[in-house]
Design a protein around this ligand. Structure first.
Ligand SMILES: NC(=O)c1ccc[n+]([C@@H]2O[C@H](COP(=O)([O-])OP(=O)(O)OC[C@H]3O[C@@H](n4cnc5c(N)ncnc54)[C@H](OP(=O)(O)O)[C@@H]3O)[C@@H](O)[C@H]2O)c1
Length: 315
């Protein structure tokens, strides 16, 4: 290290420590980066800036930046492709998290990591709690469960299980966003009647993350989904109702779709633990109305609303 770099690093030690967001170009990464940048010093890195499978580079960057918290928004999310590309899925969803936990421990940083409802088998009939036993049924699901275990190697960790993301900024769209697009465009929409989900608005996840950190909530595993649950078909009906347009909704089933990887049938998640820690998640219908409003040119700015929400949820 040159004298100049050493001096710069020494100076940085007296500055407030920043939040490092990795995987920052994804659906959740973009909004998390935007919200945290509004609230304090952050550094957001996309895959082009930091490929997290380069484990040595991860340690170097974290050692250099000395963040207070690392928020990992990266992931390999191609559920069907993972059945064949299992090495890539396990590397991205598990071993990347192991490096991040190791890097966090070296500088005394907290680690936020996002997992999934898919860790459950979907055989339940009441919402899953954090204490329920996972039973993954696909390569993707098993790789995400391994990621949860590795994240827990960081003493100050938050593993937040999210599900069916929607409402991101620009680049990526989830199934629910594509449903809104199709219904708005008057196209027919096919939706499962036999898969129950608790959709998660990315802005609400970012608010919950910021709130847990700001309140120094106990480390651990939290279900971080909007409140309530519905079949995908009922979600499509609610979109149609809120948009006030006539749409052709076609009921379908997972059996007919014959997807390569197994999906859990029933995946409502109970979020009471998150609520007790300081952030009661709004219902998915409320989140949907905000996501639809944010799409209008005259709609309220989602970032400003999210920032206000974090402030309001602090003691
Ligand atoms: N989407 C969902 O419905 C859902 C459901 C349950 C759980 N989750 C979890 O929630 C988190 C966020 O999901 P998301 O929907 O926002 O994902 P996303 O839109 O697919 O974004 C993931 C990001 O990770 C980046 N990435 C992948 N491999 C990387 C690597 N080796 N190094 C650095 N960056 C890498 C991707 O980079 P590129 O932009 O270059 O591809 C992408 O920007 C993930 O942990 C995911 O597993 C998501």
């Amino acid at each position: 290290m040159t004298a100049c770099a050493a001096a710069a690093r020494a100076n940085r030690k007296s500055e407030p420590r920043l939040v490092l967001i990795v995987g920052a170009a994804g659906q959740l990464g973009e909004v998390t980066a935007a919200l945290f940048a509004r609230r304090g010093p952050t550094r957001s890195l996309t895959r082009a800036e930091l490929d997290l499978t380069n484990h040595g580079r991860v340690l170097e960057i974290v050692d250099d930046l000395r963040p207070s918290t690392i928020i990992n928004c990266s992931g390999y999310n191609q559920v069907d492709a993972a059945e064949d590309e299992y090495i890539a899925a396990i590397e991205a969803n598990a071993f990347v998290v192991r490096s991040l936990a190791k890097a966090a421990n070296r500088v005394g940083a907290g680690l936020v990591h996002y997992s999934t409802d898919f860790v459950f088998d979907g055989d339940a009939s009441t919402p899953y709690r954090e204490t329920d036993r996972p039973n993954p049924r696909s390569v993707y699901a098993a790789s995400k469960l391994m990621g949860e275990w590795f994240a827990a190697d960081a003493p100050q960790h938050y593993v937040l299980r999210v599900e069916s993301l929607f409402g991101g900024l620009t680049r990526r769209k989830g199934s629910l966003d594509r449903m809104i697009d199709a219904i708005q465009a008057g196209q027919p929409v096919r939706a499962f009647t036999d898969r129950v989900v608790s959709p998660s608005y990315v802005w609400d996840i970012a608010i919950a993350t910021a709130t847990l950190l700001a309140r120094h909530a106990p480390a651990g595993l939290y279900h971080c989904v909007n409140s309530g649950s519905a079949t995908w078909y009922a979600v499509a009906e609610e979109i149609q109702r809120q948009l006030q347009v006539e749409a052709t909704l076609e009921p379908s089933t997972m059996q007919v779709a014959a997807l390569k990887a197994a999906r859990p049938r029933y995946c409502a998640l109970a979020n009471d633990k998150l609520s007790a820690a300081g952030y009661p998640m709004p219902t998915w219908q409320d989140a949907l109305s905000r996501a639809i409003a944010a799409r209008q040119p005259s709609g309220q700015d989602a970032l400003t609303m999210a920032d206000d929400c974090v402030t309001a949820s602090l003691p």
